[in-house]
Design a protein. Structure first.
Length: 339
């Protein structure tokens, strides 16, 4: 359909809330680039499979190599794909231009739907318009909550990073932080910037910004270590991803600092670090849910014309805090690779 008719159809679309199903059979997906292959959960009990015609959906993210966060997103997407009789094609590249090329590849393959992250929305604007012109529905997930509507996407599933950052800042106040450093692992990533901006808005202490090269973990460690040695008054290191939090713990020890570490996002190792006290708390945006809802949302649109959020509001998956009070419960799911 052309863009004008597409827009008119959005205005009359009903609100339908999409809920994640439990105990699904996880099916593998093909991957053209980026990230290790997610594990298949063939031993899990099946909740049934849709009898609708098979469709192909491309999931295109800005995953950096080795970032385990995206393994959780993929597991959620695979679970929805298995239930909905969807062939899932996953690809990723942290370079925005390359990511746009991957979206173009999906258009050329004439997929039935595209789910995409918008870490750098301006770089994806043109190719998303091409997808819409080709009649391919596009939904957003994870990054881009401030831009998805302007780009004409059908739906968005993720966390409002400004809201999450503000909640993080209030939590720092509660734990008595006075001088914190917010570590950004990818310059230009709008979602990461919004997180630190949100922290700054509500945190009553001093907040410093530290940019690191997230694709080089030894460099991340040495940069944080140097910062802690330079300013011994820093009492909290706020990281924006689980692998960087675990590295920050090493930096604190190496620098001989008394600073504590808190972070955005979870993985199995991170929950263990909260349990043993190495990390104070984490903000969980539920990446499994983001991947699941994005694929399920496209299936619902194709087969029943539904829009989650009515095509007007994002479906928020966070923020939720994980700390000593609830980490044991969350850790059970994290051990399965789904939180």
């Amino acid at each position: 359909m052309d863009r004008s008719s597409h827009t008119r159809s959005r205005r009359i679309a009903p609100f339908v809330a999409v809920a994640a199903a439990a105990a699904l059979t996880l099916a593998g997906c093909s991957s053209s680039s980026g990230g290790k292959k997610a594990e298949e959960g063939g031993a899990d009990a099946s909740a049934g499979k849709a009898s609708t015609p098979r469709m192909t959906v491309a999931l295109v993210t800005h995953q950096s190599p080795g970032d385990t966060f995206w393994d959780i997103v993929r597991k959620g997407a695979e679970a929805a794909a298995a239930k909905d009789n969807v062939k899932l094609v996953y690809s990723a590249d942290p370079n925005a231009g390359n990511q746009a090329n991957l979206v173009q590849n999906a258009i050329d393959q004439k997929v039935d739907g595209i789910a995409v992250t918008l870490a750098k929305p301006d770089a994806l604007k043109g190719v998303i318009a091409k997808a819409e012109k080709a009649g391919i529905p596009v939904v957003g997930l994870n990054s881009g909550v401030s831009d998805w509507k302007d780009l004409g996407l059908l739906e968005f599933f993720g966390q409002d990073e400004n809201v999450a950052g503000e909640a993080f800042g209030k939590k720092l106040n509660e734990v008595g932080a006075k001088n914190a450093v917010c570590v950004i692992q990818e310059q230009g990533n709008i979602g990461l910037t919004q997180r630190c901006d949100g922290v700054k808005k509500t945190f009553e202490g001093k907040l410093q910004i530290l940019n690191v090269n997230g694709t080089d973990m030894p460099s991340v460690k040495s940069t944080i270590t140097a910062k802690l040695k330079q300013d011994s008054s820093i009492d909290y290191v706020a990281t924006l991803g689980a692998p960087f939090a675990l590295t920050a713990v090493q930096s604190v020890e190496e620098a001989g600092s008394k600073a504590k570490v808190a972070t955005f996002d979870l993985n199995k190792q991170l929950t263990g670090a909260i349990q043993n006290g190495d990390i104070t708390f984490a903000v969980d945006q539920q990446p499994y849910l983001q991947g699941y809802l994005a694929i399920d949302g496209l299936w619902l649109y194709k087969n029943n014309g539904n829009y989650s959020g009515g095509g007007e509001q994002p479906v928020l998956t966070g923020p939720a805090f994980v700390d000593k009070s609830n980490v044991d419960t969350v850790a059970d799911f994290a051990a399965k690779g789904t939180r």
